[in-house]
Design a binder for this molecule. Structure first.
Ligand code: GLU
Length: 322
């Protein structure tokens, strides 16, 4: 089987060290197996998109030497590779689910659900939808129509356990009906939900392996149910350890995590940045400066630690010096 990996960033801000670590690992895994690498821009949630962020990501990957065979600027058989240009396809996938009774309209707004004090999934904090609109209240749908708002659409989740073996995190399982409930496929504001877009695209683009951060680990059981419903074959999953800030939370802007694009603009060494990420994962000696391709020879995904680590920002800034 031909390996097809992908990196699927959301252009909601500048590329930061955690995102670039994921890109590097996804690239290494695909390339080390002689596979193809896809870059997909996940701008399906227009409200989160920051103008110019996709371009900055593309420039940064290019500068680091993380190339792609299909994606923006490189046409391929499964394009377009930008989600905002694929909404007709997502609607087709949603219609397929609706026609089979696997999706239903929902009149519950976020504010309506917030008042209900619903339980949240301990794994990822997602609100557990209790299936209110499985038995639709015509009055609430009429109100929605009067306000000129279309309903949201939810996936009908039956009680069962979705399980998979993650290459890094080991066995993972979840009963999605308890962990998330009937999750959203299309929102009331007309945007397609991440779960539908990412699953439909992974199927359509023939993705055979998904390498991404552990912050998305508990999205996978939901995506497995959708994959099956849409007739797709489950890819192999490898959820990579996160980079943390000094407070032990996922590294983010509020930790003053530097933008890798800005470091590039300031004349940083691309090899130093790759070396900093790779040495943090034990893939090379600290202080090494190298191109991603130089890591291919010794690449073994089993060497990647499962646990997250606190990012050493001082060391990153030293590694950047040319
Ligand atoms: N677009 C998602 C993000 O940037 C990642 C999606 C995925 O890798 O499945 O968080």
């Amino acid at each position: 089987m031909k390996i097809r990996g992908r990196f699927a960033p959301t252009p909601s801000g500048d590329p930061h060290p955690g995102t670039i670590q994921t890109a590097l690992l996804a690239w290494l895994s695909a390339r080390a197996q002689g596979g193809r690498f896809i870059l997909r821009i996940e701008d399906v949630d227009g409200a989160r998109v920051v103008p110019g962020a996709a371009e900055r990501m593309i420039e940064t990957l290019d500068w680091l030497g993380l190339d792609w065979d299909e994606g923006p600027g490189v046409d391929g058989p499964h394009g377009p590779y930008v989600q905002s240009r694929r909404t007709g396809f997502y609607q087709e996938m949603l219609d397929r689910l609706i026609n089979r009774g696997l999706a239903y309209p929902c009149a519950c707004s976020r504010s309506f659900l917030a008042q209900l004090n619903l339980p949240r999934d301990p794994e990822d904090g997602a609100l557990i939808y209790p299936g209110i609109c499985r038995a639709p209240d015509p009055e609430r749908f009429r109100e929605l129509e009067l306000r000129g708002r279309p309903p949201a659409w939810r996936f009908r989740v039956e009680p069962e356990t979705a399980a998979f073996h993650d290459l890094i995190q080991g066995p993972v399982s979840q009963e999605v009906s308890r962990g998330a409930g009937d999750f959203v496929l299309k929102r009331g504001d007309g945007y397609f939900a991440y779960q539908l877009a990412v699953t439909a695209d992974d199927i359509a683009m023939g993705v055979t392996e998904v390498v991404r951060g552990t912050d998305l680990l508990f999205n996978t059981p939901r995506q497995l149910l959708l994959l099956r419903a849409l007739g797709g074959k489950a890819p192999v999953y490898a959820h990579m350890p996160l980079l943390l800030g000094p407070d032990g939370e996922k590294l983010a802007k509020r930790h003053q995590a530097p933008s890798i694009w800005k470091l590039k603009q300031q004349g940083a060494s691309p090899g130093g940045i790759t070396g900093w990420i790779a040495s943090g994962l034990g893939l090379c000696e600290p202080g090494a400066r190298l191109k991603p391709a130089e890591l291919l020879k010794s690449w073994d995904i089993r060497r990647i630690p499962a646990r997250p680590r606190v990012a050493d920002m001082g060391e990153l800034l030293r590694a950047c010096q040319t």
